[in-house]
Design a protein around this ligand. Structure first.
Ligand SMILES: O=C(O)CCC(=O)C(=O)O
Ligand SMILES: [Fe+2]
Length: 277
């Protein structure tokens, strides 16, 4: 019997899940309950989950194969656990709205993020529901968007100047060469729920292919601002040992960089997904 309880946190997305210890092997029934909740709420929070990197990896791996990031550092003995350790000498670069790793053909299905070390105040994360953003558009705009495709580029969020003259430059160059621009539909259909969501993000989307440069710039500027409307979002104030699990197919997020020079450390496991359609 599952003891899981799910509490809705906001109309657009987000729920708090209690009654499960993610440090233990996950029973099939709990896995199903969590998966169903993820599909329904798009973003789940679990409190008091002091997981080791291995436990975090094992939990995430119950939902699919894991991705190893081409440039972010990881836990050496657990390469699937990415480390986001930000402070005055390693400035955060997630303080923009983005969907993770859309620069590959089959972007992640989801990600599991664990709060390891938090600043005394600040460092919240916001998420936005791409289905809520899509649903709120007018019918003529929806019809226009459904015929369009967009390019997503690694270098938009990982520009050369950030790694040039650092020890990571060779790794960055290899990652850039391995990741030519990819094309995704502007409106994506969720492969399980069938819901439609906006699938462009400021982090990686560079251009709508069927439009002129000026038209593309104007439309993307509108869509990026639209997706960030407070009505479609939830803001989470982290506590130690909080863990978030989001559906990366239908959400964007933004890590607020307001805590420097304090330090903030997060661990992420990223679950591979399928090709958007
Ligand atoms: O540090 C955070 O709150 C989120 C960072 C981020 O963008 C990610 O883990 O994908
Ligand atoms: Fe991210």
């Amino acid at each position: 019997m599952s003891n899981i309880h799910i509490q809705t946190l906001s109309p657009a997305l987000g729920a708090l899940v209690s009654g499960v210890d993610l440090g233990q092997p996950l029973h099939d029934e709990d896995r199903r309950t969590i998966h169903d909740a993820l599909l329904k709420h798009q973003l789940l929070f679990f409190e008091n989950q002091a997981l080791t990197p291995r436990q975090q990896r094992d939990f995430a791996a119950r939902f699919g194969e894991l991705h190893v990031h081409p440039v972010y550092p990881n836990v050496p003995e657990q390469p699937e656990i990415m480390v986001l350790d930000t402070h005055a000498d390693n400035l955060p670069d997630n303080d923009n709205w983005h969907t993770d790793v859309t620069f590959i053909e089959a972007p992640p299905l989801g990600a599991v993020l664990s709060a390891r070390e938090l600043p005394p105040v600040g460092g919240d994360t916001l998420w936005s529901s791409s289905t809520a953003a899509y649903d709120a558009l007018s019918e003529p705009i929806k019809a226009l968007l459904c015929g369009l495709t967009a390019e997503h580029e690694f270098t938009r969020s990982f520009p050369e100047h950030r790694s040039k003259n650092t020890p990571h430059y060779d790794r960055w160059r290899r990652a850039r060469d391995d990741h030519p621009a990819v094309v995704h539909p502007v409106v994506r259909t969720h492969p399980v729920t069938g819901r439609k969501g906006l699938f462009v993000n400021e982090g990686f989307t560079s251009r709508i292919r069927e439009l002129s440069q000026k038209e593309s710039d104007a439309l993307l500027t509108f869509l990026f601002a639209h997706a960030a409307r407070p009505e479609f979002t939830l803001r989470w104030r982290w506590k130690p040992h909080d863990l978030a699990f989001w559906d990366n197919r239908v959400t964007q997020h933004y890590a607020v960089a307001d805590y420097l020079p304090a330090r903030r450390i997060m661990h992420r496991a990223t679950i591979l997904g399928d090709r958007p359609f």
